[in-house]
Ligand binder design. Structure first.
Ligand SMILES: Cc1cc2nc3c(=O)[nH]c(=O)nc-3n(C[C@H](O)[C@H](O)[C@H](O)COP(=O)(O)OP(=O)(O)OC[C@H]3O[C@@H](n4cnc5c(N)ncnc54)[C@H](O)[C@@H]3O)c2cc1C
Length: 298
């Protein structure tokens, strides 16, 4: 474990064009979670398979406090718009680079011509398909010119004696910031579950996925496995979803042999509360779950 930590520590895992995440310190491992759960036994008294079973039980049943016994400290470099989402997670300890004390980091998030995304049609918050590359090329050129102009204005203000705290006011949100970010494993997994999810913005998803795959997975292999199985890649069925599945099951029995249920069948057995609604997010989510389960066609 000590060797693995030495190997990971201070290694900068790149994210976006100039961002990174890096492990600074870690306290604990899979064994710390197990030890906390079995407070009276101590480590090393059980087989690894027992540890795995216990961790999986704790994760499945959301017995969360043993996961709080491990802590991880990161150094991260993140564009400010992404950081604004990140910092909403209040259960971490944070120290951020100060642009009152220091000149702002001279790095801004650049967008490749192929990376510009359309506004999602189905979701007010998300992105849709990529924009055509020729449109993207122009947008990326404009971005470079705008970022250069914003930086020049900032540096001009500093050069004529404006205070750093005031000169920064027109720096764009794509400017990178750096921070130490320390969090316990339970709250880190909560952050990862929300921010690795497909509903999160692509940029913060890249950071969360890098933290999860590159740092948490090797340091906490049993916890990571349980987290993927029961949280990140699992699915929650609501009472309403279960009702739909039960009614759909009955309906499938009445279909001609070999026929597969379609969207008409789904709509016929939907929850009564959704029926009068032209658009229902909950109905859409239920449909997506049934598609993922292979009960309805994609
Ligand atoms: C896809 C997505 C879209 C979002 N859209 C928006 C948006 O449009 N507008 C917006 O403002 N935010 C938005 N958010 C932010 C979101 O509402 C949360 O603020 C953020 O995800 C942090 O979650 P959290 O509070 O659970 O995490 P943390 O702050 O890390 O807290 C972890 C847990 O600790 C507990 N906790 C922490 N602090 C308190 C407290 N003071 N009181 C009680 N319990 C506490 C809660 O159980 C909480 O779940 C979005 C988040 C996501 C993932």
């Amino acid at each position: 474990m000590a060797e693995l930590i030495d190997e990971l520590r201070w290694k900068k895992f790149p994210v976006l064009n100039d961002g990174f995440v890096c492990l600074v310190d870690v306290m604990g491992d899979d064994g710390s979670v197990v030890q906390a759960a079995r407070v009276s036994y101590g480590a090393g008294t059980r087989q690894v398979s027992d540890d795995r079973t216990l961790i999986r039980y704790l994760m499945r049943h959301r017995h969360s406090t043993p996961f709080e016994m491990a802590e991880i400290k990161f150094l991260v470099r993140v564009p400010m718009d992404c950081w604004r989402q990140w910092i909403r997670h209040r259960t971490a300890n944070v120290n951020e680079y100060s642009t009152r004390y220091s000149v702002a980091i001279e790095a801004m998030q650049a967008t490749e011509p192929t990376e510009w995304r359309t506004q999602a049609e189905s979701n007010r918050q998300g992105s849709g398909s990529p924009l055509p590359e020729d449109v993207g090329r122009q947008l990326s050129e404009d971005e470079v010119a705008f970022q250069r102009a914003a930086r020049d204005l900032y540096e001009h203000r500093l050069s004529v004696g404006v205070a750093r705290e005031q000169a920064r006011k027109d720096l764009p949100l794509c400017t990178y910031t750096e921070a130490y970010w320390k969090i316990d494993l339970h709250n880190l997994l909560h952050f990862l579950a929300l921010r690795m999810d497909s509903h999160a913005q692509a940029e913060i998803r890249d950071y969360a996925t890098t933290i999860g795959e590159q740092i948490v997975r090797p340091l906490f292999p049993l916890v990571w496995e349980a987290f993927c199985d029961y949280r990140a890649e699992g699915m929650t069925l609501t009472r309403l979803d279960i009702g739909v599945i039960q009614r759909l099951q009955q309906r499938i029995l009445q279909l001609p042999a070999g026929a597969k249920p379609g969207d008409d069948d789904f709509l016929a057995v939907q929850d009564e509360a959704w029926r009068p609604l032209t658009r229902s997010r909950e109905r859409d989510e239920c449909r997506q779950k049934l598609q993922r389960l292979g009960i309805l066609p994609l």
